[in-house]
Write a protein that binds this ligand. Structure first.
Ligand code: 13P
Length: 255
């Protein structure tokens, strides 16, 4: 089944409003019109509204990097799904390894966030991935399947159109080490098999599975050529229009 590629840039804690505006202008000029690839950007919270204004009525999807699972309440420092929707956010990245490992997010809170975001009518990019010790010990799929199962607990196959999974091996994030296309494809295929079990076959065929971890213009095409790699979640290389645009172009069908 042909899935439309989805390339998203996770800006992490980079870019103030002025820098965000400039970067987005560069992206709009070169890939703002593309039909064949979905393109998304995830600016920091302070630049989201500005980004929403720049992207208004354009194809580039506005993503947030985190969210709280409650709709309102005494949660100092948190942002509700409806607040993101109000300023034009389309997707929310949930369970990024930096949230899991630096900020202590658990599979349970990640699942609460996934459900809250879907309930709010937004799309989810659910991040999963093993640490280096897990891989060395042969526990990659044990870790990844626990994260996928827990993240999607209570979610039904009807939500498939709103779900993207991002496989980001922790050892490949920001390190310059990339999973080989074969290593990534193997995990992506296993995730798809698991999605068929957890949701159903049609949902598993429809859900896009992005690869993330040191994706660059030089390695994007061979990763994206794998049958179960349907896009990329890009960190460092999404901070410059030129490199991000090259990665988006590498996802164009027939390339
Ligand atoms: P890098 O592309 O900088 O390795 O980051 C990947 C990532 O964490 C995207 O969410």
């Amino acid at each position: 089944m042909a899935r439309k590629p989805f390339i998203a840039g996770n800006w992490k804690m980079h870019n103030d409003r002025r820098q965000s505006r400039a970067l987005l202008q560069g992206l709009l000029d070169s890939v703002g019109h593309l039909d064949e690839v979905d393109v998304g950007v995830a600016p920091p919270f302070t630049a989201l509204q500005t980004a929403g204004e720049v992207l208004y009525d354009n194809r580039i999807l506005l993503c947030a990097q985190n969210v709280h699972y409650a709709e309102s309440g005494a949660f100092t420092g948190e942002i509700a799904p409806s607040m993101l929707r109000e300023i034009g956010v389309d997707h929310v990245i949930i369970g990024h390894s930096e949230r899991r490992h630096i900020f202590g997010e658990t599979d349970e809170t990640i699942n609460q966030k996934v459900r809250a975001v879907l309930d709010a009518g937004l799309g989810v990019i659910l991040c999963v991935g093993e640490q280096l010790d897990d891989r060395k010990a042969g526990r990659t799929m044990a870790v990844v399947s626990r994260q996928v199962r827990a993240g999607l607990t209570g979610v039904g196959p009807e939500a498939a159109a709103h779900i993207t999974v991002a496989y980001e091996p922790v050892w490949a994030i920001g390190t310059g080490l990339t999973a080989t296309p074969e290593q990534a494809q193997e995990v992506h295929a296993d995730i798809r098999t698991l999605l068929a079990e957890v949701l159903d076959r049609a949902a598993a065929d429809a859900i896009r599975i992005q690869y993330g971890g040191s994706v660059k213009p030089g390695n994007a095409a061979e990763l994206l050529a794998q049958p179960d790699i349907d896009g990329a979640l890009v960190g460092g290389a999404s901070l410059k229009a030129e490199s991000f645009v090259d990665i988006v172009r590498a996802a164009l069908p027939g390339r």
